[in-house]
Design a protein around this ligand. Structure first.
Ligand SMILES: Nc1ncnc2c1ncn2[C@@H]1O[C@H](COP(=O)(O)OP(=O)(O)O)[C@@H](O)[C@H]1O
Ligand SMILES: [Mg+2]
Length: 321
């Protein structure tokens, strides 16, 4: 990397973390992160996706400076978080998967105490406003609902006006309305230039928020790209329609021949007479189907193109392992 090139806020090379196994019958170590490479650019929102135990929390806590790594290189805002100290802490915001906040203090008090340890913090009232807890400002943290407590944790994460924000499963326990307003908040922070690394196992959350997604399994990335990239390369689309019942059998034979020869995807006819073309070029495959139907004066009333979601991609990647 040349000197003039701006350093990405997060650069990870060959990160490895072994835990000593609690199970004495096992080999003695659990490899939680196994050769992770990761780059997150300034201003980017990056979502680490993966099943429980994939290594997301371990990786993010190493980046936050909360865990020691076994080996590999890590730079966060240009410094090694293992010995980042106060300077780094001042520039990052952290929302842990589980955060222990003093339950006897009020929302406003907890935030006020936290803001004192930063050099140019947001005001407590601004943060309370942003996290939508205006009517709870004087309530004890211990008496809040799970979703409200997560908002306080988020408030603690952003009060220092971080350049880089880490969020570990930020919306677990939120109701759908709270999740939406949380997404709006993250989008606003991102629009202001905050770089965000979040973990989630909600695919709609990753699809909604992230510029890029990395799918983690067994401690390493098994796929990475924009949500649209991942859907395109692993998901594809399905063109489907039903055959009119009366002539279903003969038509399915015709279809297998004529359409299968011309479309990009694989044609299958289900037992109920539904034709499905799993397609990487749905637009041109659709035109093959419509040209065929028009030439035979056949109406296909339930003809549709179904685009894959990130969910489909995730399930497929999980199965392939
Ligand atoms: N403190 C720990 N001691 C031993 N094993 C751990 C510890 N923390 C996590 N692990 C193990 O490391 C693996 C990855 O866990 P984690 O990083 O929490 O994954 P995720 O956040 O993706 O669910 C799991 O197998 C987990 O059991
Ligand atoms: Mg986790």
């Amino acid at each position: 990397m040349s000197v003039s090139e701006p350093m990405s806020p997060i650069v990870v090379r060959g990160l490895r973390k072994e835990y000593r196994s609690k199970d004495s019958s096992a080999s003695g170590t659990v490899v939680a992160v196994d050769g992770l490479d990761l780059d997150v650019a300034a201003g980017e929102v990056y979502a680490l996706l993966g099943h429980n135990g994939a290594g997301k929390t371990t990786a993010i806590e190493i980046l936050e400076g909360h865990r020691m790594r076994t080996s590999g290189e890590v730079k966060v805002l240009g410094v090694d978080p293992g010995d980042g100290g106060r300077d780094l802490r001042d520039r990052i915001g952290v929302v842990l998967q589980t955060s222990g906040v003093e339950p006897e203090l009020s929302v406003a008090e907890v935030l006020e105490i936290a803001r004192r340890s930063y050099r140019s913090p947001r005001s407590t009232s601004e943060v309370i406003d942003v996290i939508g807890l205006n009517d709870k400002a004087d309530q004890r943290v211990g008496s809040l609902s799970g979703g409200q407590a997560r908002r306080v944790a988020l408030g603690l994460g952003i009060i220092g006006r971080p350049e880089l924000l880490f969020l570990d499963e930020p919306t677990t326990g939120f109701d759908p309305v709270a999740r939406r307003s949380f997404w709006d908040l993250i989008s606003r922070l991102a629009a202001e230039g905050t770089t965000v690394l979040l973990t989630t196992h909600y695919l709609d959350e990753a699809e909604h928020l992230a510029d890029r997604v990395g799918v983690m399994a067994d401690g390493r990335l098994i796929a990475e790209g924009t949500p649209a990239d991942l859907i395109r390369s692993f998901g594809g689309s399905t063109v489907r329609f039903s055959l009119p019942e009366s002539e279903a059998v003969t038509w399915s034979e015709v279809l297998q021949g004529e359409i299968a020869a011309q479309v990009s995807g694989t044609v299958t006819v289900t037992a109920s007479g539904r034709v499905e073309i799993s397609s990487s070029s749905p637009t041109s495959d659709l035109s093959v189907v419509t040209a065929w139907a028009v030439s035979r004066r056949v109406e296909l009333p339930d003809l549709e193109v179904v685009r894959s979601s990130l969910e489909d991609v995730f399930i497929r990647l999980g199965q392939d392992r």
